[in-house]
Structures are given as structure tokens and as C-alpha cells.
Design a protein around this ligand. Structure first.
Ligand code: ADP
Ligand code: MG
Ligand code: ZN
Length: 649
């Protein structure tokens, strides 16, 4: 650690800073006191004082060692107005006393230098002026102490307490501890106890990390051939996919200590603190090598240094320190740095260059098989019935990350406890999926009869559009039991066997039609529009917009990328890349496509009005029906219709 004192200018020492601040504050304080003391006092020559005495203008005199303070006789108003006097009486104050006091306080005050003049006392007696001298109990040492040492000490103490309570929150140790950090800033686990077996469905990521594990086991093999191990690997992926878990598993597999800290913990309000923490962390880690240093949420410090509206000195210093430490350490000792982020695009290029985090390991959301594997890992911790079907659960949870799945298994176990059962059933698991997707059932919310009918027809509208069109996933369940997350009912679709990775234009259009069929049913049957369709409309519009602006599926705009996605691992907001005019055209095109799909949905429902009525009535009586029940009625109605048509022919 040769560069230990690199960033230490004298002003980096907090002790010194506070000392300087307290001294300055004390000086200012004294200056203010002085100016307060001398305000409203006017200096006059000694001779003028004497003539004032002669003219009987002086009321009172205070003789001091160095100066004489003169109070002139009050010469203003003598009486308060009757209103004020009565007001004072009303408030229980003696008006005379108040007037006396006011008079005394509003006398003009003068001062002049003290001259050893024996005429003075005689003259004062003669004119009947009240005079006195304050008792001199001031001693210069006490004086100095009161005006200089005491305020200095108080201010210093205040700072001390303030910073200590702050650094306590940060886990530091008082004013001396700032800038030196201590072990609490990061966690050290000598054995994480987590292995690759605990991380399911991330085979590619594990493969990439395997090499690091092997290297930590046996560095000499690599050194012998002259191969350098990468110093750092960056785990990139959406939240909850197991990045932190993977990092721990690497340490567990390699059986080395695991240093972990979160990027946001680095950046504090004192410039230089983060940098010294980085220094300290690497020093400790080097002492324990081979080991793994894991920096979670590295985007908190690793944000690109340029094009920032508000540049952050502290963060930049921390980042610079991190960069120089990464260059400084010798990877042959077996120190491996892992970092995780879900915003790789904001990271500083310097962090990603060869020799630093040059290896990027993508941790994606799991696919169908991955989800099943993750469920298997977590289901081990709960007692289940023998006949549970995790494949079905995996099918229903497309788009869920590992953390969601872990949460669902736990939710299922909680439900089993609520139902007073000793084991988790398949029903618990599927209900847990719905709780995570749509919220808890809200049995106490009573819908009016009419509302229930509308919701029922709305949902069956969705389901029919699904059943009639070719490119859709089958209906799994329809329900009109309200849920806590706002839905009054919903239609759950589920892929039959395989998960799809591609979506064609036809499939998207069919899906949009399904979304809009709910509203179409409302209009067809009740001739009304309800707020229940808001979410459908939002999702349909988003799909159409993406079709046009990102997927190049519009005849009008062709394959121009009109929008691009930022933060693809987070919420994925899209930013527009086109002119205002094009935006207007896009909006028009969206409206047109939506209208087309809506008309299609309306036609489907009109053609299947008999099925719509029958299934909706059935749903109202049952509240929840399965996909099979739905298809049964649908097929029966269709048959009936066909035979009826045949007979009329
Ligand atoms: P991230 O750091 O990517 O946001 P975490 O690693 O903190 O996600 O994951 C949170 C939890 O989710 C883990 O503790 C684990 O229980 C569960 N989990 C996530 N991914 C997986 C996975 N691939 N296999 C098993 N469990 C997982
Ligand atoms: Mg994490
Ligand atoms: Zn709907």
C-alpha cells in the first residue's frame, strides 16, 4: 500500500478542520458581542460631558476605570395615552411602573474617557446626579477564559457530539474514526455455507464462475502456465435473479472468506471517507487472500464520471481509489473481486476496461426449466404433499425471478399454516402464484349484483377472445373474486407445455384483441363502459406502441427504431428517438390499430353471444371456474349451434 497517504492534504484531517472552524466561530462571536455592547452609545468629549452636567441634562453616571457612561435625562413624552393606560390596567400591570421603566430604558446614552478630575465628584453631588461604579470582579484570566476558551470549547464539543452521533449511525467510531473506517463497514464471512447447488437455473453464469472457483482452489496451476486470472467479474441482471446469491456461492464453493459490502455504503457525506474505506477494505482482503471481495450495487459508486448534472466529489474519489486499488493488487495472491449491478449501462468505462471488471456475467431471469429448478431448491425447505407438480407452477410463473419464486413457496407454506395443515398442497402453491401476481383474495368485498354481472361478462369476454383466436395461450382459470391489488376479477392464461421466447406479430395482435375483449363485452351486453378496463387498455396500448416503435411491425413506419429502452434490467422505460411529428403519427397509428383490434374483439363476441351469455351466467353462480369447465361449455354451445344450423339448412 504505497499510496496510502495519497489523498491526504492537511484539510483532509477532520480534527484540524473542526479546530479552524471553532476558532473562526469564536472570533465572530466576540466581534458580535463587542458591537452589541457599543451600539446606541455615542462618544462625546469630556468637556461636553461637563457642560451637560452644568446644564442639568444628566440623569445618571457610571464611573468605570477606563470610561464614564452618561445617561441623559429623559426628554420625550411623559404620559401614555389613556387607551394604553386602561389596557395596561386591564392586563393587571401598573402603568406608572411601566412608564418609569420605559423612560429609563429610552434615555440617551453617551460615553467618554475617564480623566482623573477632582472637580467631577463635587459637581455631581452639587447637581444631585446619581453616580456609581460597578464592582470590579473581573480578572483578566477569567475574562480571557470567558470570551475565548469557553465558547471555543462549547463549539468544539458540539461538533464532536454531532459527528459522533452521525458516524455512529454509519458504524464508525467518533471523530477520530472518520476517514479510517472500521470493520463494521463490510461483512466478512469466513464461510458462506452456500454452494452452487443452492443456485438453480443459472447454468451459464455458474459455468463462467467455475473457472474463478478453480483458480481460487489452485492458483499455481494457472501461474505455472503464465495465465492471468481476471481480477474482477461483474454480475449483471434484473433484481432478484440471484446475483448476490451467486457471489456467495463462489466463496462457498472455493471455501474462501467472503468480504461483502454495498456500493451505497461507500458513499458518505464526508469527502475522502469512501476512498479510505476502499483502501482499508483492500488492505484487509489482501491479508486474508485468497478471498472474494463482493461489491453489491456497484452502480452507486461506479456511475460514469462524465455527463452528470451534479457531479459528486466523494463518489469520484471513491471510484478513483477503487480503480487504483484494482490496478494495484496482485491477482496471483488469489484476490477476486465480484460486483453486481442491474444498471450496467451507467457504469464508468474505466471500471470495465481489461484488467478490471472485464468479465461480464449475465444473470437472466430464469426460463421454464430454470424456474422449475429454483422451485425445487426452495421446496426442499418445506414439507409438501407427495403429489405436488412444480412443472405446472413453473408454467404459470413466466417472468418471475428467483426471489419471486422463493417468495411464492414461502407464501404457500404460510397458507398451509393458515388452513391448519401440516403439509403444503398443490393448491397452496397455485394460490400463492396468484397472490404474488394479483394480490390476496378479498372475500369481504361485496360487489353489487349488477357489478358482479358486468365483471363476469368482462372476464368471459377475455376468455372467449382467447379461445376463438389461434395465436393465444389457453385459459387456465377465470374468477370474479376481488383481489387486494385492485382487480375485481381476472382471466389467467397459461402456456400448455413450452415456454415461448419469440412472439410473432399475429400473436401480439391476438393478445391485444384479448385485452380489449373485456371492454367489448361490457359494451355489447350492457351498453356501458366501466373503469374495470383501465389496466387492459394500458397493457394493450403498450403492446401496440412497442410493436410500432421497437419491433418494426408496422407497415407505416417499417423497421425504424423509434424508441429505445433504458435500464433494461429495471423497469425498462423507453425513450423516444424520433421527431415530434413522427410521435404524433405514432399516436395516430396506435389509435388505429387499437380500433381495429377492438372491432375484431367485438365481432368475436357477437358471433359467440350464446356462449358468452351461458358461460357468464355460470361464472356468476360459481365465482371461479377452471379452463376446462370453460372449454366444456364453449364446445357444447358450439355444437348446439352447429346442429341448429344444420337443421335449418
Ligand atoms: P439479486 O442480488 O440478484 O437481486 P439475490 O441473490 O439477493 O438477488 O436473491 C434473493 C433471493 O432469491 C435469494 O436469497 C434466493 O432465496 C432467491 N433466489 C434468487 N435467484 C435464485 C436462484 N437462481 N436459485 C435459487 N434461489 C434464488
Ligand atoms: Mg443483490
Ligand atoms: Zn379485463
Amino acid at each position: 500500500m504505497e499510496n496510502k497517504n495519497k489523498n491526504r492534504s492537511p484539510f483532509k484531517n477532520p480534527l484540524l478542520i473542526f479546530l479552524v472552524i471553532s476558532v473562526i466561530a469564536t472570533i465572530i462571536l466576540n466581534m458580535i458581542m463587542l458591537s452589541v455592547q457599543t451600539t446606541n452609545k455615542q462618544e462625546i468629549p469630556y468637556s461636553e460631558f461637563l457642560s451637560m452636567l452644568e446644564e442639568n441634562k444628566v440623569d445618571e453616571v457610571i464611573l468605570q476605570r477606563e470610561q464614564i457612561t452618561i445617561y441623559e435625562k429623559y426628554s420625550g413624552e411623559d404620559e401614555a395615552s389613556p387607551e394604553i393606560t386602561s389596557l395596561m390596567r386591564f392586563m393587571g400591570v401598573d402603568p406608572q411602573a411601566v412608564i418609569e421603566r420605559t423612560k429609563k430604558n429610552s434615555r440617551n446614552v453617551y460615553y467618554t474617557g475617564y480623566i482623573a478630575d477632582d472637580r467631577l465628584l463635587k459637581l455631581l453631588d452639587e447637581k444631585g446626579v446619581q453616580y456609581s461604579t460597578p464592582i470590579q470582579h473581573q480578572n483578566p484570566i477569567l475574562d480571557f477564559f470567558l470570551t475565548w476558551i469557553l465558547p471555543l470549547g462549547v463549539i468544539y464539543l458540539l461538533f464532536f457530539l454531532l459527528t459522533r452521533s452521525m458516524s455512529k449511525k454509519m458504524g464508525g467510531g467518533g471523530i477520530m474514526g472518520i476517514g479510517q473506517s472500521n470493520a463494521k463497514m463490510y461483512n466478512i464471512e469466513n464461510a458462506t455455507g452456500i454452494t452452487f447447488a443452492d443456485v438453480a437455473g443459472q447454468e451459464e453464469a455458474k459455468e463462467s464462475l467455475d473457472e474463478i472457483v478453480d483458480y481460487l482452489h489452485n492458483p499455481s496451476k494457472y501461474i505455472a502456465i503464465g495465465a492471468k486470472q481476471p481480477k474482477g467479474a461483474l454480475l449483471v441482471g434484473p433484481p432478484g435473479t440471484g446475483k448476490t446469491l451467486l457471489a456467495k456461492a463462489v466463496a462457498g464453493e472455493a471455501k474462501v472468506p467472503f468480504f461483502s459490502l454495498s456500493g451505497s455504503e461507500f458513499v458518505e457525506m464526508f469527502v475522502g471517507v469512501g476512498a479510505s474505506r476502499v483502501r482499508d477494505l483492500f488492505k484487509q482482503a489482501a491479508a486474508k487472500a485468497p478471498c472474494i471481495v463482493f461489491i453489491d450495487e456497484i452502480d452507486a459508486i461506479g456511475k460514469s464520471r462524465d455527463n452528470q448534472l451534479n457531479s459528486n466529489d466523494e463518489r469520484e474519489q471513491t471510484l478513483n481509489q477503487l480503480l487504483s486499488e484494482m490496478d494495484g493488487f496482485d491477482s496471483s495472491k488469489g484476490l477476486v473481486i465480484l460486483a453486481a449491478t442491474n444498471r450496467p449501462e451507467v457504469l464508468d468505462k474505466a471500471l470495465l476496461r481489461p484488467g478490471r471488471f472485464d468479465r461480464r456475467i449475465i444473470v437472466e431471469k430464469p426460463d421454464l426449466k430454470g424456474r422449475e429448478d429454483i422451485l425445487k431448491v426452495h421446496i426442499k425447505n418445506v414439507k409438501t404433499e407427495p403429489d405436488i407438480n412444480l412443472h405446472e407452477m413453473a408454467l404459470a410463473t413466466s417472468g418471475a425471478a428467483g426471489a419471486d419464486l422463493a417468495n411464492m413457496v414461502n407464501e404457500a407454506a404460510l397458507r398451509a399454516v393458515r388452513c391448519n395443515r401440516k403439509t403444503v398442497t398443490q393448491e397452496d402453491l397455485m394460490e400463492a402464484v396468484e397472490v404474488i401476481i394479483a394480490g390476496k383474495e378479498k372475500k369481504d368485498r361485496i360487489l353489487s349484483e349488477q357489478e358482479k354481472r358486468i365483471v363476469s361478462f368482462h372476464e368471459v369476454g377475455h376468455a372467449l377472445a382467447t379461445a376463438v383466436q389461434k395465436h393465444t395461450q389457453p385459459v387456465h382459470k377465470i374468477t370474479i373474486v376481488p383481489r387486494t391489488m385492485g382487480s375485481l376479477g381476472y382471466t389467467m392464461q397459461m402456456p400448455e407445455e413450452e415456454e415461448k421466447y419469440l412472439m410473432s406479430k399475429d400473436e401480439i395482435l391476438d393478445q391485444i384483441t384479448v385485452f380489449l375483449a373485456g371492454r367489448a363485452a361490457e359494451e355489447l351486453v350492457f351498453n356501458t363502459k366501466t373503469t374495470g378496463a383501465a389496466n387492459d387498455i394500458e397493457r394493450a396500448t403498450e403492446l401496440v406502441r412497442n410493436m410500432i416503435t421497437q419491433y418494426g411491425m408496422s407497415d407505416k413506419f417499417g423497421m425504424a427504431a423509434l424508441e429505445s429502452i433504458q435500464n433494461k434490467y429495471l423497469d425498462g422505460r423507453s425513450v423516444s428517438n424520433c421527431s415530434e411529428e413522427t410521435k404524433t403519427d405514432i399516436d395516430k397509428e396506435i389509435v388505429r390499430v387499437l380500433k381495429e383490434c377492438y372491432d375484431k374483439a367485438m365481432n368475436i363476441l357477437k358471433e359467440n353471444r350464446d356462449a358468452l351469455d351461458e358461460i357468464a351466467e355460470f361464472l356468476i353462480s360459481k365465482e371461479t371456474i377452471s379452463g376446462e369447465q370453460f372449454m366444456d361449455i364453449f364446445n357444447k354451445v358450439k355444437e348446439k349451434r352447429n346442429t341448429a344450423e344444420e337443421t335449418t339448412e
